[in-house]
Design a protein around this ligand. Structure first.
Ligand code: HEM
Length: 493
């Protein structure tokens, strides 16, 4: 008797799956290689037991197995959600340059509860208006003011490195660089100097990334009602509350300060009137902006400020830490960098203007971003089919652009796993190396990030002998590439 129930149950699964599946999408997806789809669950089984530290190998193997022939686009199914994986630079160009691929994929929605619809996630007119408003924050005149903030936080970071390296042993640079970068970001975003008692906000920004990455790697947690019952969701809500309360309080204070100083003229206020700084910051730009002649609400501003600190801190930290790690392992590169520092500034100070002259350092940073891209996989969602000639890109699918495997393509980068900064002296095909993405939705903070990264690296290199640590770091996926412990030795000069 029981086998009749089993047979009926299996039949029910097949009927339900057939009902839920978008047949047109399924047909178009069959052009691409991928594991065989199981009814209802799709391919979520391939994620079972996948640990964050194994995610890169997983993507690499997946692309090796399924994407290396034909279109170099592979597919898997998270239930009835079609996920396409792309690591072909010619295809990437077509995607990144096509306005139909401007929306972000549904996984980004995991962060909505925390970051609202800030610039990283918003789409259509909202994204366009916000991008227009925020772009002036990255004008070089304002970046020049931010440079002072970066300089201060770099000095504090170097004091900490000195203190922690006193016993001569290699130190874990990740936590201290994270704090330094996040403090500088908060100051430039909100015009507010973080205090030790604000650590709750800083911890919440950091922890949100961990929580969302766990959800990302577990497709069953993509189902809202399952996720809502988990500990992760409770932690996420707690972080969101801390972040929102903190940012909203600062917005209200800054709003009062701005109206007190007759809109744009902040010059006759004391710096420490209420602990806020006179310098222009992202918050001021947002407070003074209008959309359709209406000012932005506190909630609008809060989502942008939180997005700015979230999008900027892990990415910049990763780049600084991985570059220091690579330099520590390659004495010949270190020597060339020291020579360049000597030639460009000698005994003088690093200035905003002199940063442009560090050409070899630029090659080193590019090579570090190639090997360890801070945003290793980015993702778009397509809402209407696009005909690419040799195939039709299906609608309502997520397109995961695998920058990590793209940047290690041996057809473009000879000896792809080796650290060779000089390779960037040769021409690289467009879109074969896009660590800040490209097209309309490229990284708005690229210049901002590079100023902070360069300033930190130059000053650390000239003040410390940088040596390799004794343990190789292991890294993992955490939205950005992530490494909890990266040991580097520092000997003050
Ligand atoms: C090394 C440092 C950085 C790297 C490698 C990086 C990389 C990226 C990438 C790949 C994207 C595209 C994301 C996507 O399509 O989903 C992006 C977007 C973005 N980044 Fe960055 N980023 C860095 C630093 C920063 C900083 C410092 C900020 C803020 C100050 C920032 C703010 C943003 C924002 C707001 C977006 C969304 C832009 C839009 O959609 O209009 N990033 N970044």
């Amino acid at each position: 008797m029981w086998f009749i129930y089993v047979a009926l149950f299996i039949l029910f699964i097949f009927i339900l799956d057939d009902f839920l599946l978008d047949k047109r999408q399924f047909k178009l997806a069959e052009v691409f290689n991928g594991p065989k789809r199981l009814p209802l669950i799709g391919n979520v089984n391939i994620f079972l037991n996948l640990k964050p530290k194994d995610y890169y190998d997983f993507v690499k193997d997946f692309m090796e197995k399924y994407a290396r022939t034909g279109t170099r686009m592979a597919r898997y199914w998270a239930g009835n959600q079609l996920e396409l994986m792309v690591d072909d630079y010619k295809l990437l160009e077509k995607i990144m340059s096509n306005p139909k691929f401007i929306s972000k994929s549904s996984q980004y929605g995991f962060l909505h509860g925390v970051l609202g619809e800030g610039l990283l996630f918003s789409t259509d007119q909202k994204w366009f208006n916000r991008r227009r408003i925020i772009t002036p924050t990255f004008h070089f005149k304002i970046l020049e003011q931010f440079f002072e903030v970066f300089r201060k936080h770099n000095e504090l970071l170097m004091e900490e490195i000195k203190e922690k390296s006193k016993n001569g042993k290699p130190i874990n640079i990740f936590p201290i660089v994270t704090s330094s970068v996040l403090n500088a970001l908060c100051e430039t975003a909100m015009g507010y100097e973080m205090k030790p008692q604000d650590s709750d906000y800083l911890n919440a920004v950091r922890e949100v990334g961990h929580i969302v990455a766990t959800r990302f790697l577990s497709p069953w947690l993509r189902i809202e009602f399952i996720y809502n019952m988990t500990e992760g969701k409770r932690k996420q809500d707690k972080c969101a509350k801390i972040m929102h309360e903190f940012t909203t309080k600062l917005i209200e204070e800054r709003r009062k300060l701005l109206s007190k100083s007759e809109k744009q003229n902040l010059s006759n206020l004391d710096d420490d009137d209420i602990g806020l700084k006179k310098k222009m910051c992202l918050l001021d730009v947002l407070l003074q902006s209008t959309v359709d002649n209406k000012p932005l609400s506190n909630a609008d501003i809060q989502e942008e400020v939180d997005t700015f600190t979230f999008a900027g801190h892990d990415t910049t930290t990763n780049c600084i830490c991985f570059t220091l790690y690579l330099i520590s392992k390659h004495p010949e590169v270190k020597e060339k960098l020291l020579k360049e520092i000597e030639e460009v500034i000698g005994d003088g100070e690093v200035t905003f203007k002199s940063l442009n002259e560090f050409k070899y350092l630029e090659l080193v940073i590019k090579e570090s971003l190639r090997l360890y891209p801070p945003a290793p996989v980015i993702s778009r969602r397509l809402y209407e089919e696009v005909d690419f000639g040799d195939f039709v890109a299906p609608a309502n699918a997520n397109y995961n652009l695998c920058l990590y495997t793209l940047f290690r393509n041996s057809e473009v980068f000879e000896k792809p796993n080796e650290f060779i900064p000089e390779r960037f002296l040769k021409n690289i095909p467009p879109f074969a190396f896009v660590p800040f993405s490209a097209g309309q939705r490229n990284c708005i903070g690229q210049k901002f990030a590079l100023i902070n990264i360069k300033n930190n690296l130059i000053n650390i290199l000239r003040n410390f002998e940088v040596n390799p640590g004794n343990v190789e770091p292991t890294f993992e996926i955490n939205l950005t590439i992530k490494c909890d412990s990266m040991l580097v030795g520092f000997k003050p000069k």
